[in-house]
Design a protein around this ligand. Sequence first.
Ligand SMILES: NC(=O)C1=CN([C@@H]2O[C@H](COP(=O)(O)OP(=O)(O)OC[C@H]3O[C@@H](n4cnc5c(N)ncnc54)[C@H](O)[C@@H]3O)[C@@H](O)[C@H]2O)C=CC1
Ligand SMILES: O=C([O-])C1=[NH+]CCC1
Length: 369
Amino acid sequence: MSESPVLLNKHEVERLLTYDDLIPRLESVMGKFSKRDSSEIIQPVRSVVPIQQHSGFLGVMPAYLAAEGILCTKIVTFYQRAEGSSLPSTQATVLLFHPEHGHVTAIMDGEAITAKRTAAVSAISAKLFKPALSEVLCILGSGQQARSHYDVFTKLFKFKEVTSMKTGNTSKSFKMCFCVCDPVLYTLQVRVWSRRKEMAQRFVNDLQDPVTVCSSVKEAVIGADVIVTATGASQPILFGEWVKPGAHIAAVGACRPDWRELDDVLMREAVVYVDSREGATAESGDIILSGVCITFHQYNIADLSHHRHTYSTPKSLFSQAEVFAELGEVLNGSFPARREKTTVFKSLGMGIQDAVSAKLVLEKWNGEH
Ligand SMILES: NC(=O)C1=CN([C@@H]2O[C@H](COP(=O)(O)OP(=O)(O)OC[C@H]3O[C@@H](n4cnc5c(N)ncnc54)[C@H](O)[C@@H]3O)[C@@H](O)[C@H]2O)C=CC1
Ligand SMILES: O=C([O-])C1=[NH+]CCC1
């Protein structure tokens, strides 16, 4: 007879799941996933049931990680809620199974896992793609994801260190200049925007450090080095013309094929990374619907020799934004991190991320009992 499953509530999961432990596990599993070279990791694209009547969706996200002995599924619902609704728009439960015998070993809250693992993956993208000197972080949205992103981004990137030079006397007999490498700490500036300013203000009131509340997306993003989009928007809210060249955007919302957070200009100009190519091409409106304009100039070779073009009118086609690489392909060294460019990391969420998070929580809980 199998033992009863361990039951862990949101409070317990939040306590046990720390970013310091989680980030290396996510980096490792995403790097392995992107190798696609074995049956070691199985993760189908999320199955989604639309609940049209109530503007919601039910998603099932299974994953099997043979080497780690993890068999898991998350069941998640996500809804488009009215502003100020007291109900969470993303709710989830994670089940861990015994891979050999098939019984359920743990049932745990998936809201905390979803909030933390999504933010941790965005933070990994920022580590790889943000400009070297990043001083301004902008968060669009003020819900659960906005908060977890604030927490992990300010934990990891709170300060940048630069070196200052000092001169002084070292001995009585002669004067000498010496240099001291002194770390100077600059506080990362954080800006937040939300559809209703009072929601952004409420978000800020819960924080210890100063954060600027902005009245418009444009005001919030101009000059920002790192931008997190974590909204329920279904139409673009972030426009490429406002984005500082070289900035990094972690795009977390718009997880339906007909939803957008980012406009075509941004999708065209940025180098686009995703968590999973299959997930992104099935579920991301920012990728599926973004019209990238390709212009062809056709020449007649014979006429070229006389310096005349047969077709002087360019012909244009529209195609989807190109996915440059998966985050895991950068983590495993197959693709470069093009930090010098404007970069978008389009996150949809992956079952393997939930699976390693849940395993970590269970290990920690087992360690305490
Ligand atoms: N990539 C991933 O792995 C995950 C993505 N998500 C997605 O991230 C987004 C945020 O999720 P949560 O923070 O859990 O939701 P939430 O409901 O806690 O926060 C949503 C925020 O978006 C704002 N918002 C809603 N509709 C908007 C609109 N039309 N225009 C501008 N702002 C709007 C709300 O005011 C609120 O600030 C959702 O789209 C959700 O589906 C959620 C979990 C994981
Ligand atoms: O990965 C996830 O859990 C979700 N992505 C979009 C909504 C929920």
